[in-house]
Design a protein around this ligand. Structure first.
Ligand code: SLL
Length: 253
């Protein structure tokens, strides 16, 4: 295999040419990334009002280690060693702190995936959006985002490893349309002691559902809310315009 020389255009090109890709195949890996944070209540001190977990998980809670080699979480500079590297699934990090900030999440794939690292950002939320109610130590604040990592025309070696992997949806685009190929359970990526899946995760009860139907209904609800706000603003505007007219006519009188 030709040697790739990083930074030299020619070397990289050679390397790319050496990878054989599977035509008409797309692999999609649905993922969820986010944070779950608990208020510490009586145990809180000035620097640690909340404990929280940031994670990247499979939307189906399967083990992601077949695809992901490591995840780097970039924390706020006020933390000790703010660059945290997690090299095994589940890709998550537990911390405690006092403030909200943007967490950088860099997902590195295995070499045979043939893709550059994926950069994600997630806003750590400690306080509920509706801050009127009392904080609770039992009910956490959960913020999650759903996404799909899509590998188009994957390298052959990666495809061979992944085609029976339950967290991946393999589609074949042919002239007759898109076919979802069946997925069987793979034990390829179990580490000796435990699986890296998140099916029995201690925080599992707080994980959100991210089906397409859920997404659509929350979009519909948000749209309705915006519509009713627009209506209210229009009514307010009407009232103000009437007042302006009245003031103008009384000024003329
Ligand atoms: C804010 N801009 O002012 C944000 C910064 C930083 C939070 C939040 C550190 C904890 C530790 C920590 O929670 N930093 O030192 O262990 O709200």
């Amino acid at each position: 295999m030709p040697q790739a020389v990083v930074g030299k255009k020619y070397g990289i090109k050679q390397m790319e040419n050496a990878i054989k890709r599977v035509k008409d195949i797309e692999i999609s890996v649905p993922i969820v990334y986010g944070t779950i944070s608990f208020w510490l209540g009586k145990k809180a001190d000035e620097l640690h009002s909340h404990k929280w977990t940031v994670y990247v998980r499979s939307a189906a809670n399967e083990d992601l280690c077949v695809v992901i080699k490591k995840v780097v979480f970039q924390l706020h500079p006020s933390f000790n060693n703010p660059t945290r590297v997690v090299e095994a699934a589940p890709f998550e990090l537990n911390e405690s702190g006092w403030g909200e900030f943007e967490i950088g999440i860099t997902v590195f794939f295995h070499g045979d995936v043939g893709e550059k690292p994926l950069e994600l950002f997630h806003h750590l939320k400690l306080y509920p959006v509706d801050e009127s109610g009392p904080q609770s130590t039992k009910k956490p604040v959960v913020m999650e985002a759903y996404d799909e990592i899509v590998f188009n025309e994957p390298p052959e070696a990666f495809f061979a490893r992944l085609r029976n992997y339950p967290a991946a949806v393999v589609s074949s685009h042919t002239a007759s349309g898109t076919v979802h190929l069946s997925a069987a359970v793979s034990t390829e990526c179990m580490n000796e002691k435990r699986s890296g899946d998140t099916k029995d995760h201690p925080l599992g009860q707080w994980f959100l559902k991210h089906s397409e139907a859920d997404e659509l209904s929350s979009i519909a609800a948000a749209r309705q809310q915006v519509q009713s706000q627009i209506m209210k603003l229009k009514q307010d505007l009407d009232v103000l315009e009437t007042e302006v007219l009245q003031l103008k006519s009384s000024a003329r009188a």
